[in-house]
Design a protein around this ligand. Structure first.
Ligand SMILES: [Zn+2]
Length: 367
């Protein structure tokens, strides 16, 4: 099947109209109504993106927002600490995790070469990887394509960026993938496809799962690199894996600064720029402010997702057959959203996860 490079606005409009008609019906339940409203929002956003044809996601940081940003992060953290019972999402556990990571050394950062593949070609590389790796995952992609022939929107950008949108009422994903004409495009596609597969098999996303929701995507990126070994793409794909590894180490440092700042505010109620300078003398105030404006829970989510993905990849590298089974248990987990249960089912032991081991396990796919 040939892909469309653009979301089909007729298809999108039809879906939206169907939802409007459903919304007007009198006999729908509140739960159904909420799903319909969510889906309408999704389609409105999709149409907005289609009309702009450019998706803006980098907001400039404004100095006055510093206090507000820290407080938002503090609220989020306290909210999670109160609301979530799982020990590993609590602050002590996160500190333990980042302390392991911040000790690791960054690897060399690599610049990617340009490639001039068509969108169809890039998609085929990703889909072939899925097919060779695991037929169940590949079949899920086929199912998504059957539900939604207007699955992809490819746009051009110089940053790596992708997003998976969901029509939660019809359980249909839409993938936005920004091309930058490097091998990262194939990673982008692979990453978003994993979200789509995860979603159609577990449409009740929620609960704790949000903290490891990128695990399937990071994992498939690792499998993609693994599948490129011995091919023309080996070197470029290892560059992407190495750069991602560095990003995760960066995020550890960011979370470290965020937690220290949050703890200062909990004690002193207020933090000034001078307090920040004395707390972090080696970092410019500009950097600290930028760090504090990033979303704490997004960072923690990425960290945890990467740790879980690394561990599953380690299992797979050690024993392909058993490793694959556990990866299947993650993707086809029957709407299980409790992280402890997911880890247990996939033979993972969070407490003994060492950052050094992760590096060791990934040696094959890092440059
Ligand atoms: Zn993602």
């Amino acid at each position: 099947m040939n892909i469309k490079d653009l979301w089909d606005d007729t298809f999108v409009n039809n879906k939206l109209n169907e939802l409007y008609i459903l919304e007007d019906k009198k006999d729908i339940s509140i739960k159904e109504q909420l799903l319909i409203e969510d889906s309408i929002d999704t389609y409105t956003e999709i149409l907005r993106i289609l009309s702009n044809h450019l998706y803006k996601h980098n907001e400039m940081f404004d100095d006055d927002n510093l206090d507000h940003d820290i407080r938002t992060n503090l609220d989020l953290l306290q909210h999670y600490e109160k609301g979530v019972n799982e020990n590993y999402i609590k602050r002590d556990k996160i500190k333990e995790l980042i302390n392991k990571y911040i000790k690791l050394k960054q690897k060399k950062q690599h610049k990617l070469n340009r490639i001039n593949y068509s969108n169809q070609h890039k998609l085929n590389i990703s889909k072939n990887m899925y097919r060779n790796f695991n037929i169940d995952l590949f079949n899920s992609i086929k199912e998504i394509e059957n539900r939604n022939p207007s699955l992809f929107l490819f746009t051009n950008n110089y940053n790596r960026y992708g997003q998976c949108f969901f029509d939660v009422y019809n359980k249909t994903p839409y993938l936005l993938v920004e091309n930058n004409n490097t091998i990262e495009d194939i990673y982008n596609i692979t990453h978003e496809l994993a979200h789509g597969i995860d979603y159609i098999n577990n449409p009740d996303l929620g609960g704790d799962y949000i903290f490891i929701q990128d695990s399937p995507s990071f994992l498939m990126e690792m499998i993609l690199t693994n599948s490129c070994i011995g091919s023309d793409l080996e070197n470029e794909s290892k560059k992407v894996s190495t750069n991602l590894f560095n990003i995760i180490l960066d995020i550890s440092e960011i979370v470290d600064i965020q937690i220290k700042t949050i703890e200062y505010i909990e004690k002193e109620k207020y933090i000034s720029n001078n307090d920040l300078i004395s707390m972090f003398p080696n970092i410019s105030i500009d950097t600290i402010e930028r760090v504090l404006s990033t979303n704490y829970s997004d960072n923690v989510r990425n960290l945890y997702s990467y740790v879980v993905a690394s561990n599953l990849f380690g299992q797979y590298s050690y024993d392909k057959k058993e490793g694959s089974k556990n990866i299947n248990k993650l993707f086809f987990r029957n709407n299980e959203n409790n992280i402890t249960n997911i880890l247990h089912k996939t033979d993972m032991d969070f407490d003994n996860l060492e950052a050094n081991k992760i590096k060791e396990k990934q040696k094959k796919i890092l440059l």
